[in-house]
Design a protein around this ligand. Structure first.
Ligand SMILES: Nc1ncnc2c1ncn2[C@@H]1O[C@H](COP(=O)(O)OP(=O)(O)OP(=O)(O)O)[C@@H](O)[C@H]1O
Ligand SMILES: [Mg+2]
Length: 240
């Protein structure tokens, strides 16, 4: 479903070149929930940008849904991203003039007008992330965590095959964070969506079924996610 072949990403050139990723080989199957951890600057967001086809590799190939992203034109890549990928990024990219419901509906409206049932789906998703009381608020009237939850609902609204999340629980209190993690896991388990989540939080990472550690642009460790030993924190994340 997702395959990286010897993927490198270099920013700049000469003395100022930054090798954000080096020779990364990776395969992620449908329905996997992969957590990605690693120090700041190790290349995690760069990796998500390549997986979302927001950016192209300097070397190697990125294959999504058996399509070589490098071989697609810009319009094809954009269409692919809109229809097949749900993005939850650190900066939520909500449109300030639209309400929460309208922001969530946006990915559906790009193919034409949203129907009443689209709107009902958007409201259901917003209720699931605990925003039933904020349906008609604009982003400027929402807190950081509330905006993040709108972005999460928006990422789910097209039932995308691939969900990419960069620190989706970064701005959330632990109860809301646990709910967001539960929803992400549900997308993988019930629909077979592939979820790739970058996090600095070991407790969040443990919700996935595979953990990849990146250091200095390379895969340092790749294995089963370790369920954490029992602690108050894990109890808060306990998932059925
Ligand atoms: N547009 C860019 N131009 C130049 N260098 C960049 C660019 N984007 C990222 N980098 C560099 O590439 C490296 C990897 O950055 P990346 O954003 O992938 O790190 P990260 O692992 O996501 O870190 P964090 O945990 O802080 O978000 C860093 O050294 C960063 O400075
Ligand atoms: Mg980052």
């Amino acid at each position: 479903m997702i395959e990286l072949q010897k993927v490198g990403k270099q920013y700049g050139s000469g003395d100022s070149a930054v090798h954000a990723l080096r020779e990364v080989d990776l395969q992620i199957g449908a329905g996997q929930f992969v957590s990605i951890m690693g120090p700041s600057g190790s290349g995690k967001s760069t990796l998500l940008n390549l997986l979302s086809a927001l950016d192209r590799p300097t070397s190697g190939r990125v294959i999504l849904d058996s399509r070589d992203i490098g071989a697609l034109g810009d319009d094809e890549v954009t269409l692919f991203r809109r229809t097949r990928i749900g993005l939850v990024f650190q900066f939520f990219n909500l449109l300030p003039t639209m309400t929460a419901v309208e922001n969530v509906l946006l990915p559906r409206m790009l193919g034409g007008r949203a129907t009443a049932s689209d709107r009902a789906d958007a409201e259901t998703l917003l209720r699931q992330v605990g925003l039933g009381h904020r349906l008609n608020h604009r982003p400027g009237a929402l807190s950081g965590g509330e905006m993040q939850r709108v972005a999460i609902a928006r990422a789910f609204v097209t039932a995308p095959a691939i969900i990419l999340a960069d620190e989706p629980t970064g701005n959330l209190d632990s109860a809301t964070g646990s709910e967001v993690l539960r929803l992400l896991r549900e997308q993988a388990e019930t629909r077979g969506a592939t979820v790739v989540m970058v996090t600095h939080d070991a407790r969040a990472a443990a919700v996935g079924n595979r953990l990849i550690e990146i250091r200095d642009g390379r895969i340092h460790r790749d294995g089963a996610a370790q369920p954490l030993a029992t602690s108050a924190g894990t109890a808060a994340l306990a998932l059925g």
